[in-house]
Design a protein around this ligand. Structure first.
Ligand code: SAM
Length: 338
């Protein structure tokens, strides 16, 4: 079990490195849900410069119960490395979920303008636009106070050289609309059935019952003779808009805007709605969930809200403090609701 877990205080955050998972016993964890560094140097953060050492996945394999699932966020660029690390550490790859969002920003610029620069030709000014440096707070329309953002008029340009004009509008990247979440499982021991494993450890299967997606009104009649009262089985694409044929249904969660909370400045915090869905998929009430890369504690908040027990490691003292604050206020609001 964890160092001192109980349902009165259903979480523990350790402000230390996760390597070796100190204090976590073998085969004591029901599920791992984590958002590790992607290794892409996001916003030049030191902790995102490289993928975690493979060691941590061996540690995770050690502490997970047989049949237990791990859901590991990744980047499109480096997920192939991470999948190999997971597989080489003893996990079985079960699926790759796509977290689809519509508010990703393409990392691109007009190559035509770059060509002008290369040729030392001045590009043509064609107008101005308002550039806001900073982040939206909470509601869709409000911005933080002046010390958190600056707004400036910027010039809009078009290429002036003949070569630049030829490549006007060409760029380096398309708009990112999803992040992969690698689903792996610690294999069940040879000769043990899923049912036997569930009876012994409470792990080995997915909680499809609690992650069904309710039908739109009137949609139920379209889905066959015996629709499940709770809706459709969740898919590996997480978005909710129905497709044109009205048949498929997914689960849509936009990215969190930076600085959406006053105190939470973690640059890669994940939406609680998404984390709750993932937590429910691989656990039951009172399951013990581990996040070795806790950040600001989004996995933990989702766990505690849904009455799971959470244990997290976060090496950065500032982020660990934010996570602690979010978790304790989640526990407090649960108490007030009772
Ligand atoms: C992508 S962020 C997690 C963000 C989190 N999902 C959230 O919603 O706030 C990854 C975190 O892992 C932490 N980290 C990196 N290496 C670590 C290590 N060896 N042990 C513990 N934490 C580590 C970083 O400080 C960073 O906060």
């Amino acid at each position: 079990m964890i160092k001192d877990s109980n349902t009165e205080h259903p979480y523990q955050i350790y402000n230390e490195s996760c390597y070796q998972l100190p204090g976590i016993k073998n085969e004591s964890i029901d599920a791992i849900i984590t958002d590790p560094p992607y290794g892409i140097g996001f916003q030049a953060h030191e902790w995102d410069k490289a993928l975690p050492d493979r060691q941590i996945w061996e540690d995770c394999h050690r502490v997970l119960k047989p049949g237990g699932y791990a859901l590991v966020f990744s980047s499109i660029r480096l997920m192939h490395h991470l999948m190999l690390h997971l597989e080489d550490s003893g996990f079985r790859i079960k699926d790759v979920l796509m977290w689809v969002f519509l508010n990703g920003m393409p990392k691109s610029r007009d190559v035509g303008l770059d060509i002008d620069k290369e040729l030392e030709v001045e590009s043509t000014k064609i107008g101005t636009y308002n550039y806001v440096q900073g982040y939206k707070k909470g509601g869709a329309d409000s911005y933080r106070t002046a010390d958190h953002y600056t707004e400036a008029k910027k010039h809009r340009y078009k290429p002036a050289s003949e070569e630049g004009k030829e490549y006007q509008g060409w760029g380096m990247g398309i708009k990112p609309c999803y992040e992969p979440i690698i689903m792996v499982q610690k294999p069940i021991s040879n000769g043990v059935s899923v049912a036997q494993n569930m009876l012994k450890h409470g792990t080995g299967a997915l909680n499809l019952e609690d992650t069904r997606l309710p039908y739109e009104s009137g949609e139920e009649g379209k889905v066959g003779h015996n629709p499940h009262p709770k809706g459709r089985v969740t898919g590996n694409v997480l978005r909710t808009d129905p497709f044109e044929d009205g048949y498929d249904k997914f689960f849509l969660v936009p990215k969190v805007r930076q600085h959406a909370d006053d105190f939470n400045h973690h640059p890669t915090k994940k939406p609680i709605k998404l984390m709750k869905h993932l937590v429910r998929l691989v656990t039951n009430e009172n399951s013990l969930v581990l996040d070795p890369f806790t950040g600001s504690g989004s996995t933990g908040v989702a766990c505690v809200r849904d009455r799971r027990i959470f244990i997290g490691f976060e090496q950065d003292a500032g982020y660990a403090t934010i996570a602690e604050k979010r978790l304790s206020s989640t526990v407090q609001s649960l108490k007030e609701e009772q």
